[in-house]
Ligand binder design. Structure first.
Ligand code: CDP
Ligand code: CDP
Length: 236
């Protein structure tokens, strides 16, 4: 369905992709794809199934194939803001730092990425889609009308993650969060399958010193100026 507009927000952990994507989807009246959530669910499902998700184990072809099958058969339901994995409500657990780490380990496996391909593309429905992740613009929706690569300094991102955890009543130290973020970014950037990097044609947005509203406005300005959305513009 290449006529259905897609707006991609990719970038490193805690840069604000989820917040920005949700706000844009609400204002445009578009569907929303949180692709990181799918990798988090595969990580949780693997743990539940007793699969070893340690990086070394996943380098074994049999382990990678088993994980790919598990991702293919993922039983997820999204219901009124809750996330279900089989019969279990995993809404809170899936947002934890541990789930994010597990996600980044299983996301290295090409079989897992392939298993999630159609599931992600099926989110492309009328009137349009805002997609948040690492490879939305580079792999999943290469024909997107607008690709944004969102970044912020590592220190700023760790600080934001800390506030987010504190809001949920959890505690952590900046030092640990920074180490976690950097380990995850490094794994995301260095993997051979869909590494994290700006997609071709992506517009860079560093929001280290921007408010959420300023970031939203910047992307909306770009969106309105996007020629793909106004095919008649070429005739004007
Ligand atoms: O999805 P991602 O991990 O990239 O980040 P997020 O969970 O959307 O955002 C991390 C935190 O940064 C949230 O608490 C946001 O409110 C906050 N934040 C932001 O998104 N944008 C700013 N310009 C400033 C703060
Ligand atoms: O919120 P945060 O940015 O920390 O994480 P997330 O977007 O929920 O993604 C969790 C992990 O899933 C990332 O560190 C990536 O390793 C992986 N991921 C991916 O490989 N490709 C995507 N499109 C989205 C997430």
């Amino acid at each position: 369905p290449s006529h259905i507009p897609v707006l991609c927000i990719d970038g490193p952990s805690a840069s604000g992709k989820g917040t920005l994507a949700a706000e844009l989807a609400a204002r445009l009246g578009y569907h929303l794809l949180d692709s990181g959530l799918l990798y988090r669910l595969v990580g949780l499902a693997a743990e539940r199934a007793g699969l070893d998700t340690a990086a070394a184990a996943l380098q074994q072809p049999q382990q990678a194939a088993a994980l790919g099958r598990l991702a293919q058969q993922l039983l997820v339901r999204f219901e009124q803001g809750r996330v279900w994995l089989g019969h279990e409500d995993v809404t809170d657990e899936v947002r934890s730092e541990a789930a994010g780490m597990a996600a980044s380990r299983v996301a290295v496996v090409p079989e897992v990425r392939a298993a999630l391909l159609d599931l992600q593309r099926n989110f492309r429905r009328l009137p349009g889609l805002v997609a948040d992740g690492r490879d939305m613009g580079s792999v999943i929706f290469p024909d997107a009308a607008l690709k944004v690569y969102l970044t912020a300094s590592a220190a700023q991102r760790a600080q934001r993650r800390l506030w987010q955890l504190q809001e949920r009543g959890e505690s952590a130290t900046i030092k640990d969060l920074l180490a976690d973020l950097e380990a995850r970014d490094e794994r995301d950037r260095s993997r051979s399958a869909a590494p994290l990097k700006p997609a071709e044609g992506a517009l860079l947005l560093d929001n280290s010193a921007l408010s959420i509203e300023q970031s939203v406005q910047q992307v909306l300005d770009w969106w309105q100026a996007s020629p793909v959305l106004r095919p008649s513009a070429a005739l004007e």
